[in-house]
Design a protein around this ligand. Structure first.
Ligand code: G16
Length: 550
């Protein structure tokens, strides 16, 4: 039994005087933590500071707290906790997070007592909490509330300032792995990734149809700031022309630019020069999502989204590993949003098994960990690759095997370098971009060559505002709607009228709305299908505001 004579006076005082619970409604730890209007989040931050200390003590390691609302508009903000291994907070603790956020000020200490005694948390450890924030103007004051929570329970906040979400995940894991995974500093991160990139690129920066220039849309967020350091480290090996780096507080974050805008609107972002056939990419507000695209001679924007990125990577890794001569169990994880054509290509052409998970990196990550090499991506461009520890050891052992050929040894070294290029802790737009650039370079492909692999089914994403989005519940990896009663039957009837039609609805875990996805044989039909389904949701789930329209 832990010795827990902790004095909670400061916790009480801070809760009542500095960070009182201002909102009456309950909030929930959603797809990626809490997200809401920044002005409502002060007390939630304070309480997450408290919880982070408890989590760190329970896990006996440092944890991270990231202040970001990622793809959401600038007035929103949010917070998510990062576990010691650099992954998202373990799901059983999401319930504690929700409880902490919603309890009355006077009962806050009771909930702390409850968790401390239930989980036998030793309260005397001095734990470190790594704090990061994106570029939202609301982030510094929210960070102050968070740090007050950390200090109230005698934790030690270590402020990393403005960093990308994946950087903070990386730092947390580096610290807990005692630097085995890397050095937990920004410089350590840039050095590890850029050294691996340059090693893979070699002396010749262009190859076949591949040219080493890319236009980069930083979404007016933290990605725009950090890519500059990469450019310095990469030198001439990759020329990154950076766009959309407005000053903090101009309201331009994610506004008509960034990965979410490009993917949802299927259009070219503002602020990036329209050069025909030029390879471009966008990241989102905290640089954990990546989307590629180009404009054709008719000014049509061609998207290469998370599905395409996943396939490019899975195919490349499969070939690489085959050339090492080692047996490997490689699999891919997608969500319901994955384009049907991509799933067909992976299973039928690539012969790589596919698993489905619910929306949210936390679900995909764990599903991917079941494979020796697990590639996971959401269609929105959020994803990474995880390698089993045993697989990495197998590679290192094989290097000592003298019966293998020089070519096999070369291939093994290359796979090890590729692993160094990847941020395995979480989807990382910049690391993913460097990997995509590496693969295109190695194949000598233009973005158009990459696109030729298969043809996407036209699709459309829509948003519907409803009175209470929790009225909508789903099952079957979110592909079937259970509530409201009868909605799924209506969707099935509508879908049956469309050739190659598919559609599903689910409540967003990051925004107060319901998402509708549809795909069909032509763009017009995909648009029409999604509109019909969106209107049905509006009617059957208490839609509010203007009716959905295209
Ligand atoms: C977050 C999650 C993603 C998810 C996205 C949208 O992304 O990390 O896994 O796909 O939200 O989720 P929902 O449809 O539930 O709103 P980000 O980039 O906003 O952190």
């Amino acid at each position: 039994m832990a010795n827990n004579h902790f004095n909670y006076k400061t916790v009480y005082a801070f809760a009542r005087e500095m960070h009182p619970k201002t909102e009456k409604f309950d909030v929930q730890y959603g797809t990626a933590g809490f997200r809401a209007k920044a002005s409502t989040l002060g007390y939630v931050m304070y309480r997450m500071g408290l919880l982070a200390v408890l989590r760190a003590r329970y896990k006996k390691g440092c944890v991270g707290v990231m202040i970001t609302a990622s793809h959401n508009p600038e007035p929103d903000n949010g917070v998510k906790l990062i576990d010691p291994c650099g992954e998202m907070l373990e799901q059983s603790w999401e319930l504690w997070a929700t409880k902490f956020a919603n309890v009355a000020d006077d009962e806050l200490v009771d909930v702390i007592h409850e968790i401390v005694s239930k989980l036998d948390i030793e309260m005397t450890q001095r734990v470190e909490i790594l704090v990061g924030k994106d570029t939202r103007p609301s982030s510094p004051s929210l960070a102050k509330a968070l740090c007050d929570g950390i200090l109230a329970l005698s934790g030690k906040p270590i402020d990393y300032g403005i960093v990308t979400t994946p950087q903070l995940h990386y730092f947390v894991y580096c610290k807990n792995s005692k630097h085995e995974y890397g050095i937990p500093t920004e410089e350590g991160y840039y050095t590890k990734l850029s050294n691996a990139f340059k090693k893979l690129r070699g002396e010749s920066f262009n190859n076949g149809n591949y040219f080493n220039k890319i236009l980069f849309d930083g979404a007016n967020g933290v990605g725009a700031k950090k890519i500059k350091y990469f450019q310095e480290c990469l030198g001439d090996s990759l020329k990154i022309e950076m766009y959309n780096d407005e000053l903090i507080g101009t309201g331009k974050l994610n506004f008509m630019c960034g990965a979410d805008y490009v993917k949802v609107k299927q259009t070219f972002p503002n602020g990036v020069p329209q050069i025909t056939e030029q390879r471009c990419c966008s990241v989102d507000g905290d640089a954990d999502r990546l989307i590629y695209y180009y404009l054709d001679e008719n000014k049509k924007c061609h998207l290469l989204d998370g599905d395409r990125i996943a396939i490019l990577i899975a195919e490349y890794l499969k070939e690489m590993v085959e050339s090492t001569g080692l047996e490997v169990d490689l699999g891919l994880v997608q969500t319901a949003y994955a384009n049907g054509a991509s799933t067909d290509y992976i299973t039928q052409k690539l012969k790589v098994p596919v698993s489905f998970a619910c929306t949210g990196i936390k679900y995909l990550h764990h599903e991917a960990q079941k494979f020796e090499i697990g590639v996971y991506f959401e269609a929105n461009g959020h994803g990474t690759i995880v390698f089993k520890k045993e697989f990495k050891e197998k590679l290192k052992l094989a290097l000592e095997n003298t019966s293998l050929s020089n070519e096999q040894h070369g291939a093994i070294k290359k796979v090890l370098t590729i692993i160094d290029l990847i941020n395995e802790t979480v989807g990382d737009a910049i690391s993913d971009m460097l990997l995509v650039e590496t693969i295109l370079h190695s194949k000598g492909w233009s973005i158009q060559d990459w696109e030729k692999k298969y043809t996407d089914l036209p699709n459309r994403l829509m948003k519907v505002s409803v009175k209470d989005r929790t009225q909508i519940t789903t099952t079957n990896s979110e592909r079937t709607c259970i509530k409201p009663d009868g909605l799924q039957d209506e969707i099935d009837t509508i879908v049956a009228r469309y050739k190659a039609g598919r559609s599903f609805v689910r409540p967003s875990g990051t925004e107060d709305l319901v998402r509708v996805y549809a795909e069909a044989i032509s763009q017009e039909e995909a648009d029409q299908l999604s509109l019909e389904v969106a209107l049905k949701v509006y009617d059957m789930a208490d839609g509010i505001g203007p009716k959905p329209s295209l």
